[in-house]
Design a protein around this ligand. Structure first.
Ligand SMILES: [Zn+2]
Ligand SMILES: [Zn+2]
Length: 340
């Protein structure tokens, strides 16, 4: 089968003909309809973030498709089923999983990180993790539910806990951030979108932002947010993973406000602890989502509360994966999908 294989930072990506995987006893072989192109892949390819399975590895963790074949123990799904493959697979046995917090599973594995992913014609995955997709949801676009939508869903609903009437500042309006805007709006929030890219800010308005701030054009973003909200946002959500932006986001919340960190950085942040104490601020992390979160999220899409089609701005073939990353780096895409 055709796949894009990552050979490490030096050798990069190569389109190759590799062996089609055979499903194990508890697995399903999925014919990939589409795989979303995520910034996380760029961390592996260009920024030296290691994959758990060392290269050569097939990347790609945001996939949908149809079941081609199932292993002998599988009965819940069958050939021809339209499915979403969650980006992260959980063990179901560790204490976090048993407490209903599978997204911080001690033994989690990730598609295109711990094992070969979906920048390929086929991918073999544990059948227990697959989610059925209703006919009303387009199969190719549905791929981006696996991460670009599910990650901000968990952040907005379970971690930032956005309620109707909350003022919510979203820092970063890329593939995940724009959906934090969309989901926070759907939850009844008054959303202020922050980015340095005008195109992304225009998109943010299309997806529900009430106000936008171009951080490159104002002296201090936190002051602008305080002006717009009369003292600070109830909630700030940081989706970039930039230490400076994280601090800025915290500065922009009101007394008793909440910061939810979704962006990833390995760097330390510097904050005055006394401010957190005196202002009773909350700083909360958010990682991926739990399997149970996919069900209401898919329902929201079915009901038209989330615009899925408009999120996919670019489509590429496997041979064009390089191009998809170029478009991402230039800030021209909201989400690209690769169609094998
Ligand atoms: Zn991702
Ligand atoms: Zn677990």
């Amino acid at each position: 089968m055709k796949a894009v294989v990552f050979h490490g930072k030096q050798k990069g990506l190569k389109v190759e003909d590799i062996r089609k995987p055979a499903p194990g006893a508890d697995q399903a072989l999925v014919k990939v309809a589409a795989c979303g192109v995520c910034h996380t892949d760029l961390h592996y390819i260009e920024h030296g973030v290691p994959t758990f399975k060392p290269p050569p590895i097939v990347l790609g963790h945001e996939a949908s498709g149809t079941i081609e074949e199932v292993g002998e123990n599988v009965s819940r799904v069958s050939k021809g089923d339209r499915v979403l493959i969650p980006a992260v697979l959980t063990c179901g046995k560790c204490s976090a999983c048993r407490l209903g917090r599978e997204n911080i599973c001690a033994d989690m594995t990730m598609l295109g990180n711990h094992f070969d992913g979906a920048y390929a014609e086929y991918v073999a995955v544990p059948a227990k993790d697959l989610l059925h997709l209703p006919e009303s949801i387009p199969l190719e676009e549905a791929s981006i539910i696996a991460d670009a939508l599910s990650t901000p869903y968990h952040a907005v609903k379970n971690r930032a806990r956005v309620q109707p009437g909350d003022t919510v500042a979203v820092f970063g309006c890329g593939g995940v951030g724009i959906n934090a805007v969309q989901l926070a709006t759907a939850a009844g929030g008054y959303v202020i979108a922050v980015d340095i890219n005008e195109r992304k800010l225009d998109w943010a308005v299309e997806f529900g932002a009430a106000k936008t701030i171009n951080a490159s054009k104002v002296e201090r973003v936190d002051k602008e947010i305080k002006k717009l909200t009369g003292g600070g946002a109830d909630i700030a959500i940081e989706v970039i993973g930039n230490p400076k932006t994280i601090v800025q986001a915290l500065e922009s919340v009101r007394v008793g406000g909440r910061l939810c960190i979704v962006g990833y950085t390995q760097e330390a942040i510097s904050i005055i602890a006394g401010k957190i104490m005196f202002k009773e601020l909350e700083i909360i992390g958010s990682l991926g989502c739990r399997p149970v979160d996919y069900i209401p999220l898919i329902r929201m899409i079915e009901q038209g509360l989330i615009d899925l089609k408009k999120l996919v701005t670019h489509r590429f073939s496997l041979d064009q994966l390089d191009k998809a990353f170029d478009v991402m780096k230039e800030g021209l895409s909201l989400r690209s999908i690769v169609i094998p």
